[in-house]
Design a protein around this ligand. Structure first.
Ligand SMILES: C[S@@+](CC[C@H](N)C(=O)[O-])C[C@H]1O[C@@H](n2cnc3c(N)ncnc32)[C@H](O)[C@@H]1O
Length: 248
């Protein structure tokens, strides 16, 4: 199985077993313990923060079409629908998309994007948002590939806001939970058993140093308007939110 197929299968399994926890991994909410309204309120709060920041930075933004890349169960869909005429959420996992349709208004459009973004037209979106997604890509190369795709599908002057860790402490880099999960799965244990009985999961974390990422973005048709430290990954992992405008 290719790396991206394995990655897709990991998210598909998480989407079937415990979708809300896989999206927001608060330990007290594990094993389907999120209250749905409380969960959706976290999306309202996150969206409001980003929206206010866009206003504060005085960034030019049109509000026809938004893409929520790696939307999961559409935690932010209802917030973005307050500001955009059309909302599209895309995700690699069909089970996440199924859940997104179940819990959101029919005004939100959800699509399974598969292994890349080739199903999306060029110069199409006014705004792309992506939080806690790129950090889970199998490697840095995949992150760079998606950033180039975001540039292709944004309209000229379209805005991209995304989050990514810039540094992961070595203790986290070892990722023992993920390694054990992979080993036991290889031996033949089921995803359900590994998750529910052994409390293991396959989530991966990838980071890119902010100065390297800024250079990449600037070399690839983006103007970087702001890089802000954020708290998406908790207190011990340095994470940043990037506000970038497509140049032409
Ligand atoms: C931690 S969840 C975050 C979901 C959502 N962004 C949120 O904040 O509520 C990460 C999501 O990214 C999706 N994902 C991972 N890799 C992806 C890819 N290559 N293309 C699209 N979605 C992807 C996963 O299936 C999962 O639903």
């Amino acid at each position: 199985m290719s790396k991206i197929k394995k990655h897709q299968s990991d998210w598909e399994n998480l989407g079937k077993i415990d979708p809300l926890w896989a999206v927001l991994s608060d330990n007290s909410k594990r094993f389907n313990n999120w209250n749905l309204e409380e969960f959706l309120e976290t999306g309202d709060k996150e969206g409001s923060y980003i929206w206010e920041k866009i206003e504060e930075l005085d960034l030019s933004i049109k509000t026809e079409r938004i893409l929520d890349f790696g939307c999961g169960v559409g935690r932010l869909a209802r917030f973005w629908l307050k500001h955009f005429d059309s909302y599209t959420g895309c995700d690699i996992s069909p089970s996440m998309i199924e859940k997104a349709k179940e819990i959101n208004s029919s005004k939100a459009q959800f699509i399974i994007s598969g292994e890349d973004l080739s199903i999306l037209n060029s110069n199409h979106f006014d705004f792309i948002y992506s939080g806690i997604v790129l950090q889970h890509m199998p490697n840095k190369k995949a992150i760079y590939k998606y950033l180039l795709e975001f540039n292709r599908i944004l309209k000229p002057n379209g805005l991209l806001v995304f989050q990514l860790p810039s540094k992961i402490p070595w203790q986290f880099k070892l990722q023992p939970i993920r390694k054990l999960y992979k080993l036991l799965k290889f031996i033949g244990f089921s995803d359900n058993f590994l998750y529910n009985k052994l409390r293991l999961y396959p989530i991966k974390m990838t980071a890119i140093l902010d100065k390297n990422l800024k250079t990449f973005l600037e070399n690839n048709n983006f103007e970087v308007k702001e890089i802000e430290a954020d708290t998406y990954c908790g207190p011990r992992v340095e994470s940043k939110t990037y506000y970038c405008q497509k140049i032409n």
